[in-house]
Design a binder for this molecule. Sequence first.
Ligand code: NDP
Length: 448
Amino acid sequence: MFKSAYLNQVYASLSQRYSDQPEFLQAVEEFVSSIDVMVDKDPRIQQNAIIERIVEPERNIKFRVSWVDDKGKVQVNRAMRVQFNSAIGPYKGGIRFHHSVNESIMKFLGFEQTFKNSLTGLPMGGAKGGSDFDPEGKSDNEIMRFCQGFILELYRHIGPRMDVPAGDLGVGAREIGYMYGMYKRIENEFSGTFTSKGIESGGSLGRAEATGYGLCYFVEEMLKTYKNDSFKNKRVIISGAGKVGLMAAVKVHELGGKVVGMSDLSGVIHDENGMDLELIKTLSKTSALVMNQYKSYHPEAIYSPINADIWKIPCDIAMPCATQNEIYIESAKDLVANGCWLVAEGANMPTTIEATQYFRDNNILFAPGKAANAGGVAVSGLEMTQNAMFLNWTFKEVDAKLHEIMENIFKKCYEASLIYTGKPDDLVAGANIAGFLKVYYAMLQQGV
Ligand code: NDP
């Protein structure tokens, strides 16, 4: 499957050991395919078992969370924190609360996070955590009790220089607030052990916008470099209307593009007048299901309850910002057939390997999430710096730093692609190789 016999052997044994972890294997396969071009040229990689070590988490903490619901009944959930790699800094990565959370998904996310964090240039290792607890439909008090129970176990494994969690699917400022509050009570210290905190609790201005805005800054660099162009008058579709998708839509609009389609779990809206982002923001305050309400405010818009229909809307740029594996080969074909020429991943691994290959075969410019959605964790890194220095930067300062970081990430991916593949636009390979090199050199320096 790969050119390198060493990689074939490592991947075969990994697939055998973790045959029940498809998302994790998918993430490793994509990574290994990219570094295939350089691994055999550097014998130290095999000699030091770098790949065998990099695909195994340093630690995986699994625990039970018991909590009491509003009816007085005890509920039990399963949780874990995968501390993947700390070669270049303390573990850093989000926490996800969703019924789908399992070891495969946590490991794929922690693995990807390692390289994403490396690309930001900031000293952060990779981790991910979560629970199969679903905040949807729970009261505020139930969420608080669950978060407190979660931290009652996790607190002993995290700390400002050890492991700094953040938000993800199902975990926003409210959940972070409850977790940080409990952590602070136990440890009796005000240290920046969580990021994405509320501003009053030591959070950074610009963190809420960072992933979506950063995604657009990355795409701006692609448009400038490959097309001598900008977002002006581009038709954009965005799946997901959550923390990432909505902020990406706001920035696209600001940069002169037009968002003509968005989706959430309730369905898809196609609005040729441009999506009404203020309406989405307002409706989101009271419900997670917004798209099925949109049409009653804009009767001219087209609604579909089928999530994959978003990829049938004619566009120039598609930004999958909802969840993993949302673009399968059929949707990739729909996108290409309807004129899309740039795909930028706001979510983590939203495109399957087959669909990614289809985009490459059809010369579609492709921004992998590992690089393009790194703005969120980059500003989390800036939040850690502000907490450590006991000062707050303005929104403008944070946004300017984010812009610079995203430009640099693009530059690193572009250069690695050119040097190692001979092509300037294989950003998947570029991101994997550039992200890997820093972690690899640090591992080498630190011995076995
Ligand atoms: P949110 O929970 O805030 O938003 C997710 C959005 O996607 C919601 O609108 C949700 O709909 C929608 N959604 C979920 N599943 C589907 C689906 N199958 N089809 C269509 N829409 C769907 O999460 P985030 O925005 O924080 O995260 C989105 C993705 O981005 C995840 O992959 C995450 O790992 C990644 N990411 C997030 C970062 C961050 O800073 N938040 C940083 C880097 C990556 P509904 O509201 O109806 O549930």
